[in-house]
Design a binder for this molecule. Structure first.
Ligand SMILES: [Zn+2]
Ligand SMILES: [Zn+2]
Length: 257
């Protein structure tokens, strides 16, 4: 598969890339909505932000995600070009253990890379590129790729540095965007899949990222809380309560005759 990928023309790589990221976005988004509906039906877990999501928000998220899919898909020529030019290589006949270990490494790298990019996107210099993602005060599975193209390019660069220092297996590299969108969906599901509230461990990622969308500052990490703990940016569990209550009160006031 890796040899096939490297042998293709640039336009084939880009077309496959756009199809691949479209499939990941639409497939995992639909699955996330379905799973939340089933869990809600059986009384397991809870919706986190009760504020309604408008049709305009969903249309904006789908449009912005479409442009990110183009950035990710067309951008696949960068790692392809690195392989063609010999700047990077692919592992030959890797063992199952090697693939598994590489996936674990890429997972941790993805968390660190996301945290660093996200902190940069919250600086005065770059925040104008991040406001598009934060227009969704209530996260939805369709906000997973709703980025400005500059943010999409920053986040999409995640495999490049590791590829320069190690010959990864093609399977591990292909797993990275799958892993990333699954975690992304967990963060943007606006649904806590846990019997107890607040959830603990990896299931707390939904609440953490919901708080980031509702409050803007704090909880910059993704699945792991470790970097937010390290840099003192953890949000308290009730951080969004006042914001949500304020908006609901103003909505109720606006509806009153
Ligand atoms: Zn942010
Ligand atoms: Zn988000």
């Amino acid at each position: 598969m890796g040899t096939w990928f490297v042998a293709q023309d640039a336009w084939v790589v880009m077309a496959v890339g756009v199809a691949w990221f479209s499939l990941l976005y639409l497939g995992t988004g639909a699955l996330s909505i379905l799973l939340a509906a089933v869990m809600q039906r059986f009384g397991y877990g809870r919706r986190l932000d009760p504020r309604p999501v408008t049709g305009a928000q969903l249309r904006r998220e789908l449009g912005a995600s479409g442009s990110s899919i183009l950035v990710f898909g067309l951008g696949l020529v960068v790692p392809w070009g690195m392989l063609r030019l010999g700047w990077a290589g692919l592992a030959v006949a890797p063992s199952g253990w090697q693939v598994a270990l590489e996936i674990v490494l890429l997972f941790f790298w993805n968390e660190l890379h996301f945290y660093a990019c996200h902190r940069l996107l919250h600086t005065r210099a770059l925040r104008r590129f991040h406001v598009m993602h934060h227009r969704s005060h209530v996260a939805t599975p369709w906000s997973t790729y709703a980025f400005h193209p500059v943010e999409a390019a920053m986040l999409g660069s995640v495999p490049l540095l590791p590829m320069l220092v190690h010959d990864f297996s093609f399977a591990a590299l292909m797993t990275l965007p799958v892993l990333s969108i699954v975690l992304n969906n967990l963060g943007h599901a606006n649904y806590e899949a846990s019997a107890r509230a607040p959830a603990r461990g990896w299931r707390a990622a939904s609440r953490r990222h919901h708080l980031h969308h509702a409050c803007y500052h704090g909880n910059y990490g993704f699945l792991l809380e470790v970097f937010d703990r390290m840099f003192g940016s953890v949000l308290p569990l009730d951080a969004a309560d006042a914001v949500i209550a304020r908006q609901r009160a103003s909505d109720t006031g606006a509806r009153r005759p």
